[in-house]
Ligand binder design. Structure first.
Ligand code: NDP
Length: 336
């Protein structure tokens, strides 16, 4: 079958495109301009006409995906802004919501073969401020971030702006399916990853150009930018980018994934856990805050991953392996 992948040049999406091609699918990727597709055409050249690109300049426009959805059997919608630099929260919220709606509207109108739409949401749409350490599950919805953005607008914290965009976009997707249940011939599956780390496959010439999550990892681990307190603060979960890609493929293949939001997570971390793993692999890197003991430390945000275990059964890449592979790549690129 043929799969449409939106935002095909992104960190997660390029791994996803590769995984789909390796599984024998044909892939049509969308990018915002032809220049953003040049590198993709190069790295996927060996797949011949199984990989094609279309330019969708503005995903927020009605009908933006009308042509792109024609003839595809499934859709993976990954395109959405992820950064902590928005002044106006609508810089994130509008493309997140309208991009999601517009791909669903086009699928309904012209995606006559589409059987499933998979949307990349986030644990940002799950977690919420909570006074105690807590394990969240797919039953939880982030209410606090959208409330904060509504109340404070531009003054809202950056993470709240991003989290609101992911929450509202995922809500819009489920609402769309509900509102159009008599007409839609496809179902929806949503992947909710926590922080995503691991090597890059997309075009990145210098570390400053890394996507948001990989850039944080690079500066913290390689540039040792965080102090002892910051290295052990908080505590949440993460997943390797290659496992996120795999989950997106399985979300197409597993019947039971239809109608579900699914958290995919490898496990807990504070920055010091990465620092310690990296130092073990390369002792020239900082040892960080060696007082940290993961066995006794409190990780404030945890996720219940039993649904993913039941439906996907992924054997997650470990923190040690991700660290090893990422450092090896950064070394090869001459970034440290
Ligand atoms: P990237 O920034 O690498 O990829 C984002 C993709 O979305 C790019 O293709 C980008 O295109 C596109 N995009 C961004 N803004 C717009 C816009 N306004 N209009 C059209 N396209 C846009 O990040 P990731 O790969 O990390 O993110 C992919 C998805 O995964 C997002 O939905 C994100 O929310 C989600 N996610 C990411 C996590 C992480 O830790 N990385 C964790 C959980 C979820 P362009 O290059 O043209 O800007």
């Amino acid at each position: 079958g043929k799969v449409l992948v939106s935002g095909a040049n992104g960190y997660i999406a390029v791994w996803l495109v590769k995984k789909l091609l390796d599984e024998g699918y044909s892939v049509r990727g969308t990018v915002r301009s032809a220049s953003k597709g040049v590198y993709l055409s190069k790295i996927f050249a060996s797949y011949g006409d199984k990989f094609e690109l279309v330019v969708v300049e503005d995903i927020t426009k009605d009908g933006a995906f009308d042509e792109a959805v024609k003839g595809v059997d499934a859709i993976e919608h990954t395109a959405s802004p992820f950064h902590f630099k928005a002044d106006d929260p609508n810089e994130l919220i509008i493309p997140a919501i309208h991009g999601t709606r517009s791909i669903l509207v086009s699928a309904l109108k012209y995606g006559t073969n589409v059987k499933r739409v998979v949307i990349t949401s986030s644990c940002a749409a799950v977690l919420d401020n909570y006074p105690e350490p807590r394990t969240f599950s797919e039953k939880d919805w982030n209410e606090g971030s959208s409330r904060e953005v509504q109340e404070k607008g531009r003054e809202a914290a950056q993470p709240a702006k991003y989290r609101a965009s992911k929450t509202l976009a995922e809500r819009a997707a489920w609402d769309f399916i509900k509102e159009n249940k008599d007409q839609v011939k496809f179902d929806l599956a949503v992947i909710n990853p926590p922080f995503v780390y691991g090597p890059v496959l997309h075009e990145v010439d210098k570390p400053e150009d890394l996507n948001t999550s990989a850039a944080d990892w690079f500066t913290t681990i390689v540039k040792a930018t965080k102090d002892d307190a910051a290295l052990v603060a908080g505590g949440t979960e993460w997943v390797d980018v290659r496992d996120v890609a795999l989950a997106h493929v399985l979300a197409l293949q597993k019947e039971e994934a239809g109608g579900e939001r699914i958290i995919v997570s490898s496990g807990k971390w504070v920055w010091q856990d990465w620092v310690a793993a990296a130092h073990k692999i390369d002792p020239t890197l900082s040892a960080g805050n060696t007082a940290h003991d993961p066995a006794t430390a409190v990780y404030r945000i945890r996720y219940d991953v039993s649904k993913a275990a039941r439906i996907f059964g992924i054997k997650y890449i470990t923190l040690e392996q991700t660290t090893k592979d990422t450092l090896a790549q950064y070394k090869e690129k001459g970034w440290y």
